[in-house]
Design a protein around this ligand. Structure first.
Ligand code: ANZ
Ligand code: ZN
Length: 820
């Protein structure tokens, strides 16, 4: 008899899937559609265990919906612009595309081997001119709507990588990539005006609740950071050689105005420079030098000791008329609110720390029942009653806020205001391997969009190696031949913009491109978009919980406002897969605990690795590779596979004559799996298959079992269940069972509801009135049988402990009470 040989099976079916293109949508009219998407990979080296975990999850979803009779779009592509390719090119004296496309090919082959049910004809790469043409086109539409603009600004600059970094790429003051201390640099930079959509990005999260992980929604909400409060104007009295002026502050607590004892401006702001009294200029300058390299997070940290300098000026509290000393400190950020605050040490911890350090009075204005902050050093932020607050005294916090806003609005010294923490998206990078910004700069005409018919603006092919090394300006700025052009407006000599786009731009719309990746009349074919629209299930790592998802949501909304799509949100549902660990730790080179995916596939086969990934835990939990057994999975698959071989022609093909107990297990498994997949319990799907394999084997081994029609029914069900996560075995079994079509076109078997009805109940066995055991028994069990089972139970024997039985009361099928 033939034995299970995964290598042979893999070699047989992989080309078959490609030839039959079985994973492409069928476009049959009237079919329900589902769009399943995995976050596309970055082409660094070959696939690793993390890919294997993430992609099998999307795959189970896609395969399940397909088996449920839906038309499924499940595409793949590569996020193929980015710095590593450029660094490799500099090192190897090549063009970045060589490294990039070589790695893509390697990964594509591995994905094919891994048996992912994707439509390969839709494959895209963001570094293909056919793709980035439309990234550029979208940029231009944003520009025309005023949503892409250039601004001179201080940006985080990595002196080693010679590029701008977004705030989130600065970790503890150092470049996320190379660890070099980040400095600030003044540069003219491109931004997307995502802040215009802040409120909508927040509001539409309602549609995602229950479909996205809660923690992702919480992170998005926090990142958008909506704050309600007031803007209050403080007059700054003339002094220190400077004129009278006025400075607004943003506060969430206008109710605490009477407790403000000082005033702080962001030390690194222009405001501080403009304000400072002449005799404090030097002190301020020294201080500014000192704080230059600190990140926002460090500045705001409550751990760090507060620092600052007095500016020599005073601000007048508009409610009390009192003068407050103005300090400059780094704990106030220059780009949040107005860059200035009224400080209320009694009720704000950072202010209190500062006040303690510099001996500034602390005035409690909200009686919260807690101890005096001036004594304890702990600010009180909770509810309470206002005290020492003039016309606000006696009010609650909420009433006080409303009343204070009313007063300042009447007096014309301020107003209620809502602000957001979200900043505009800095998208320009001074690097080579990215989408060129399709703008021309002309001395006469200013910024001019590259005419649409000239798109794409392609990257030059002739730069390589050292040409790409950062030298303070973008390699494209140095490529004179490439960047010198005629101005589309006046015909004079002009320069191409030499920046490229943040790769997050490329990935903010790729899910739209997949509906028609070859379309050249626009970023996507409107007809295809009508069919597929929103992604039904998006699978990817939680590391993208903020930026990528927020940017994709922003793009979707702008593209909707351009009239190109109708939906508001890109991803209806989101699933974050867990990590694959080894011995409890993330795999890493330095720990030397990496597990090589290719080696695992060679040793155990694709299906066993996939099954192990799925079986180890629910998708969102981590998998520790040290705790799992791909060898065990391989044995299970071999057992399943043998069943298909053992099925014999039925003596009687009337399925209703088949073994009822096996049929019950089969139909229950098919029935349960629907719910299990929909609730993401993929691991239980594997357990159910195992149960069915065992039951089927038992029936086969009991004499004439192999010819029982229930065995064939079960074997087919096993192939269909396996087709969700172990595609090779499933395909081979399906064909061994005599089918000519791919298993994925089998469709979900019809479930016989009469076989789902529970024919067992739980009988409770009590000793002296206390429950000592529970037994699964047939509904129609006789009193005698139930009594016998109860007395034979080990738990009951233990409970009796040799005591003499006085009486046994049996109420079949649910209760046995033993009296001793
Ligand atoms: C007075 C006050 C009293 C404040 C009080 C808080 C508690 P969120 O919720 O994060 O928006 N603030 C305003 N602008 C700031 C800046 N640029 N850098 C640092 N802190 C700034 O926080 C708003 C509060 O943070 C504001 O309300 C302000 O302090 C401070 F009992 O004003 B508050
Ligand atoms: Zn011009």
């Amino acid at each position: 008899e033939k034995s299970y040989d995964f290598k042979e099976i893999e070699a047989k079916w992989q080309p078959y899937w490609e030839e039959t293109n079985v994973y492409a949508p069928t476009n049959e009219p009237g079919k329900e559609r589902r769009y399943v998407l995995d976050m596309f990979p970055y082409p660094s080296g070959d696939l690793h265990m993390g890919h294997a975990e993430a992609f099998v999850i999307g795959d189970v979803n896609a395969r399940f919906w397909r088996q449920q009779g839906m038309d499924v779009l499940h595409p793949i592509g590569w996020d193929s612009f980015g710095l590593p390719a450029e660094n490799a090119a500099i090192k190897n004296n090549t063009h970045p595309k060589e490294w990039t496309y070589k790695n893509i090919e390697t990964q594509a082959n591995s994905f094919k081997r891994y048996g992912i049910a994707v439509d390969w004809s839709r494959r895209l790469h963001t570094s293909d001119p056919e793709y980035y043409k439309w990234t550029q086109w979208l940029f231009q539409q944003f520009y025309k709507k005023g949503l892409a603009y250039r601004k001179y600004s201080k940006v985080n600059w990595c002196p080693k990588d010679q590029t701008v970094l977004a705030n989130e790429q600065v970790v503890n003051g150092a470049c996320e990539r190379c660890g070099t201390t980040v400095t600030k640099k003044d540069l003219n930079q491109w931004y997307f005006k995502i802040t215009d959509y802040a409120q909508e990005l927040l509001d539409d999260m309602k549609q995602l609740e229950g479909h996205w992980p809660e923690r992702v929604l919480a992170m998005q909400k926090n990142w958008i950071g909506r704050s309600e409060g007031a803007e209050v104007n403080f007059v700054v009295a003339a002094g220190g050689g400077k004129d009278e002026t006025s400075i607004p502050v943003f506060t969430t607590r206008p109710d605490t105005l009477y407790g403000a004892t000082f005033f702080v401006v962001a030390a690194d702001s222009q405001l501080a420079v403009d304000l400072v009294a002449e005799d404090q200029v030097e002190a301020l300058e020294n201080y500014r030098e000192q704080i230059k390299a600190l990140s926002d997070i460090e500045r705001q940290s409550t751990e760090r000791e507060k620092t600052g300098v007095f500016t020599g000026r005073y601000a007048v509290n508009p409610l009390t008329g009192k003068e407050l000393p103005i300090w400059a400190s780094d704990y106030v950020l220059s780009d949040y609110g107005t860059g200035a605050i009224m400080a209320v040490p009694a009720h704000d911890q950072r202010d209190l720390d500062f006040a303690k350090k510099f001996d500034i009075p602390v005035v409690t204005v909200v009686e919260t029942g807690e101890e005096d902050p001036a004594e304890t050093g702990v600010a009180t932020a909770g509810e309470g009653t206002l005290i020492n607050s003039g016309e606000l005294t006696g009010l609650s916090k909420a009433e006080g806020i409303a009343k204070a806003i009313e007063i300042i609005e009447k007096a014309g010294t301020g107003e209620g205001k809502t602000i957001f923490r979200l900043r505009d998206w800095l998208l320009s990078r001074q690097r080579f391997w990215g989408t060129p910004i399709p703008v021309i700069h002309c001395e006469k005409c200013g910024e001019v969009l590259v005419p649409e018919e000239q798109l794409p603006v392609t990257l030059p092919d002739n730069l390589k190696g050292e040409d790409l090394a950062p030298k303070g300006q973008s390699p494209l700025a140095a490529a004179t031949e490439w960047n010198t052009v005629e101005c589309p407006e006046c015909g004079g000599e002009a320069k191409r913009d030499s920046d490229t786009m943040d790769t997050f731009v490329d990935s903010s719309w790729y899910f739209l491109r997949y509906v028609s990746p070859q379309y050249d009349g626009g970023p996507f074919d409107p007809e295809e978009m009508k069919k597929w629209g929103q992604v039904d299930m998006y699978v990817g790592g939680v590391e993208h919980a903020i930026l990528h998802l927020l940017y994709a949501r922003f793009f979707t909304k702008v593209i909707r406002d351009l009239g190109l799509i109708e939906h508001n949100e890109p991803f209806k549902a989101l699933m974050n897969q867990g990590q694959v660990l080894n011995e409890g730790k993330a795999m890493s080179k330095s720990l030397g605990n990496g597990v090589d995916l290719g080696e695992q596939l060679d040793a155990f086969g694709v299906d066993a690795v996939r099954t192990t990934m799925v079986f180890a835990s629910p998708p969102e939990d981590d998998v520790d590779w040290a705790d799992v057994s791909p060898g065990g999975a391989s044995k299970f698959l071999a057992r399943a596979w043998r069943i298909a071989n053992d099925v014999e022609a039925e003596a009687n093909s009337d399925i209703t004559q088949g073994d009822v107990s096996l049929r019950r297990i089969t139909h229950r498994a098919l029935n349960d799996v629907t719910q299990l997949v929909e609730t993401g319990k993929f691991n239980v799907v594997v357990a159910k298959t195992m149960e069915l394999v065992n039951a089927t084997r038992k029936t086969i081994d009991s004499g004439a079992g192999a010819t029982d029609p229930a065995v064939r029914e079960a074997a087919e069900a096993i192939a269909i269940l396996l087709s969700l996560y172990a595609p090779y075995v499933a395909e081979d079994m399906w064909h061994n069972l005599g089918h000519d079509e791919p298993v994925l076109t089998a469709g979900w078997p019809e479930i016989d509801a009469s076989l789902l009805v529970d024919d067992t109940v739980v009988a409770v066995v009590q000793v002296k009135g206390k429950v000592k055991d529970r037994l699964d028994v047939a509904k129609d069990i006789s009193e005698a049988d139930l009594e016998r089972l109860a007395l034979e139970s080990e738990a009951i024997q233990r409970a009796l402990n040799g005591a003499e039985i006085r009486k046994v009361i049996v109420r079949a099928p649910k209760l046995v009470n033993i009296v001793i």
